[in-house]
Design a binder for this molecule. Structure first.
Ligand code: ADP
Ligand code: MG
Length: 796
């Protein structure tokens, strides 16, 4: 309602404004009208002036009518005519007199001369008269013309007079009309009437002018009428708007009334609500009172309950007091009990301690036994273990049928591998086969895990390690600490993953680094009883030349020589040995060797695929309690690519390289064949490689060959060759393994000590209890020591 009220108020204001506007318009209209009537008055004035002018003109014309120019001219001519006639009459009289005088001749009279003069004068006068006559005729003609013209002018004057009369009549008619109009206009506004009256009293000429202005006045009247009509319309509009205003006012009143009514209603409702509220409050109050009553009742019940609880409380206090007493007594009791318990516990601990000691002793014995058994097992299994590793298909293999996979595995037997060669499936059995998915991490991890567990807990490791191959690798590495010679080869065609397995990458190290890590941790575990020195050498055999990779002069060709001590052992004079104590040291050594190799040759990959790379780790140990010394060698060999090159018709240096590689690898094969067939002569010296590895291949050592193959279809023939070679190697038995252990300090005095030890034992007897076999290193007494050694070997 309020909103509508406000709206209506606004409407009202707007209408009032409109009304004001209209009133202003009306006033302006009235002003207009006034100015118009003034204008009309002015016009009447001017008309009067014109009327006066015309009257003057008429009087002037009337005065002119009497003497026109032509009439005057005619009068003048008539007078002249008269004068000339009289002159002519005078002249004729004179002439007659003269003629008479002539009739009385008188010669030589002076009058004769006078007469002739006068005759001449006469003739002249006659000529003049003639001329005058012509002139007169002319003038007569002119006069005739003038009179004609005059008659014309008179006619015209008559016409114009008639016209004037007509005009006058017309004007008087118009005056009459104007008077009529003025009469009709008498009902008009006062001012105009007044003007009309004044005009009426004006002269008749003014009336004529008024007649002319009447029409104009009429027109103005019409306009005034029109304006009036407009005014009327506006008034009507005003009335209408006043009416609407009244209506709106009524509406506003109505709304106000309604508003009042609504207000009243609201007040009523408010009152009703107030009443309701009061009522509700009263109700709530009464309900609260009822509830209060109930609560009071409850309270009374609780009170009675409380009364009944009091005896219970009494009993509880009683209990509490008794408990308090007990607590007071408790520390004494506790101390007593503790004393007895402590005694019991210490007794028990002592018992456990003794059992523990016993168990530890037994455990150590068991451990030794287990190691012995393990060594025995390794020996029985044969000294050459052969693993196969299949690398994954890589980008370098390309795409299409050439890069298809040709190698499959047996789901149940991890030692079997199938090769699809020329449509036929050939199966191979090795000691263990690694599929491509066997990660480097896995390989290394096992070695590494073994290292972390460390502490010579060989048994535990053997039991815990999952993959057999890693157990083998790890067992081989650790047995090096016990004084065995170990050799791990990577064999296979170029690109089959030899370097990957041996060296690995920086992020994913291979056997080389992990083996050394394992050695370190094992050595650390044994540090309580043993002192160890680990040294490394790195060498390369290229075109049958042995080179030191860590030396100052890498180009220098090294020779393999027999130990001058006559031990039959081989050594390489001038081969650099680095003592390493930590993983950082190894890394430095590897880096050093690698840099050497890189700077030496233009294409490392090519070069490395055509040379054998050897990492020789020597572990020398001394048992501080017993003085037992051990020397173990770990040879880690990355062989040259085994692919057959000759066929492709290589020439020059490439051919020479191939021949050397073929020679050394076939020498390796020959050595293995000889060993397998237990021939008396094993041709170790046929190549630098076999000669250098004699220790690691002969009966004294443990060997692991990792045969690397590519699974790609295009490599199947090389894969076939590699796997065949692997099978051949696997079937070789090297015989029992002997341990290289010496008593006393190396190298001096060793032989005496050895002799002492050996003399204490009967020949052919079984090996002394402890860590494997003791293999003495014979001194200058070479023949004897050799025979002893032989015996020891067979007995082991
Ligand atoms: P080789 O030394 O026998 O010539 P490489 O060790 O150089 O062969 O390996 C050739 C390529 O194959 C390298 O790029 C290497 O990283 C890759 N490779 C080899 N074996 C594996 C493997 N097990 N997993 C992943 N990549 C491998
Ligand atoms: Mg390589």
């Amino acid at each position: 309602v309020m909103a509508s009220m406000a709206h209506l108020q606004k409407e009202k204001l707007r209408l009032q404004e409109e009304l004001l506007e209209l009133q202003e318009k009306l006033a302006a209209q009235e002003n207009n009208e006034l100015s118009l009537s003034l204008q009309l008055q002015g016009q009447v004035e001017t008309l009067k002036a014109k009327l006066l002018e015309q009257a003057q003109e008429i009087s002037r014309l009337r005065s002119e009518q009497g003497g026109t120019d032509a009439e005057k001219h005619r009068d003048l001519l008539a007078a002249e005519n008269e004068r000339l006639r009289q002159e002519m009459k005078v002249c004729e009289g004179e002439l007659r007199e003269l003629q008479r005088q002539q009739q009385a001749p008188c010669r030589d009279c002076p009058h004769l001369q006078e007469n002739s003069g006068l005759q001449e004068q006469l003739s002249q006068l006659q000529r003049e008269a003639e001329e005058m006559r012509a002139k007169l005729v002319e003038l007569d003609l002119e006069v005739q013309q003038k009179t004609n013209r005059l008659a014309e002018v008179e006619l015209r004057l008559k016409d114009s007079l008639a016209e004037r009369a007509e005009e006058e009549e017309r004007l008087s008619r118009r005056l009459r009309d104007s008077q009529e109009t003025i009469a009709s206009l008498k009902s008009q506004p006062q001012q105009i009437k007044y003007i009309i009256k004044t005009v009426e009293v004006e002269s008749a000429k003014a009336k004529q002018a008024l007649c002319e202005t009447q029409s104009r006045n009429q027109y103005l009247q019409e306009q005034v009428g029109m304006q009036k009509q407009v005014l009327k319309e506006m008034e009507q509009q005003l009335q209408r708007s006043q009416k609407t205003e009244a209506q709106l006012r009524a509406q506003i009143m109505m709304y106000e009334a309604e508003l009042e009514r609504a207000h009243g209603q609201m007040l009523e409702e408010m009152q009703a609500m107030e009443e309701e509220k009061n009522h509700a409050i009263e109700e709530a109050f009464s309900r609260a009172q009822v509830e209060m009553k109930a609560v009071h009742e409850n309270l009374a019940g609780v009170r009675t309950n409380l009364l009944t609880l009091q005896p219970a409380l009494r009993t509880l206090t009683h209990d509490y007091n008794s408990l308090k007493r007990q607590v007071r007594d408790f520390p004494v009791l506790l101390q007593e009990t503790l004393r007895s318990a402590r005694a019991e516990i210490s007794q028990a601990i002592e018992d456990v301690h003794s059992t523990n000691r016993e168990l530890l002793r037994k455990y150590r014995r068991e451990l030794q036994l287990r190691k012995k058994c393990h060594n025995e097992l390794v020996r029985l299994k044969g000294n050459i273990r052969v693993f196969g590793r299949v690398r994954p298909i890589t980008k370098e293999d390309g795409e299409g049928p050439e890069a298809a996979n040709a190698v499959t595995f047996d789901a149940d037997d991890d030692a079997v591998l199938y090769l699809l060669h020329k449509g036929k499936q050939v199966s191979f059995e090795l000691d263990k086969v690694f599929p491509p998915q066997a990660s480097q991490e896995e390989v290394g991890a096992t070695v590494h895990t073994a290292g972390v567990r460390g502490g010579g807990s060989h048994l535990l490791l053997t039991l815990l390690c999952l993959a057999q191959v890693f157990q083998e690798v790890q067992a081989l590495v650790t047995s090096c600490i016990d004084g065995y010679n170990v050799c791990i080869f990577a064999y296979g065609q170029t690109g089959a993953g030899k370097t990957y397995t041996m060296e690995g990458t920086a992020a994913n190290p291979g056997i080389n680094q992990r083996a050394l890590q394992l050695l370190f941790s094992e050595v650390r575990g044994k540090a309580a009883d043993w002192d160890y020195a680990i040294t490394v050498s790195a060498a390369e055999i290229y075109n049958e030349a042995l080179r030191d990779l860590l030396g100052k002069e890498p180009q220098e060709k090294l020779e393999i020589k027999l130990c001058p001590d006559g031990s039959g052992q081989l050594y390489v004079p001038g081969l650099t040995e680095f003592r390493v104590q930590s993983v950082e040291d190894i890394n430095k050594v590897f880096e050093f060797g690698h840099i050497k190799r890189v700077t030496e040759c233009t294409n490392l990959n090519e070069h490395s695929s055509r040379s054998h790379a050897l990492l020789i780790v020597t572990v020398r140990g001394l048992d501080r309690s017993t003085g037992l010394r051990t020397t173990g060698k770990l040879n880690l060999v990355d062989l040259a690519g085994s692919e057959r090159v000759g066929r492709s018709g290589a020439e020059g240096s490439r051919l020479r390289e191939a021949q050397h590689i073929n020679k050394s690898l076939s020498a390796l094969g020959d050595v293995i064949y000889a060993l397998r067939s237990r021939q008396g002569h094993v041709p170790f010296r046929n190549s630098k490689l076999t000669y250098l590895l004699q220790d690691s291949l002969s009966g004294d050592s443990k060997t692991l060959m990792m045969v690397q193959v590519s699974p790609a279809e295009k490599n199947t023939s090389e894969t076939l060759c590699s796997l065949k070679f692997a099978e051949r190697v696997r079937s070789v038995e090297l015989g029992p393994v002997s341990r290289k252990a010496e008593l006393g300090s190396w190298p001096s005095q060793e032989h005496l000590e050895v002799l002492k030890t050996l003399l204490g034992e009967s020949p052919g007897s079984s090996a002394p209890p402890g860590r494997g076999h003791v293999s003495p290193s014979p001194g200058q007494l070479s023949s004897r020591s050799a025979s002893i050694r032989r015996k020891l070997q067979t007995s082991g």
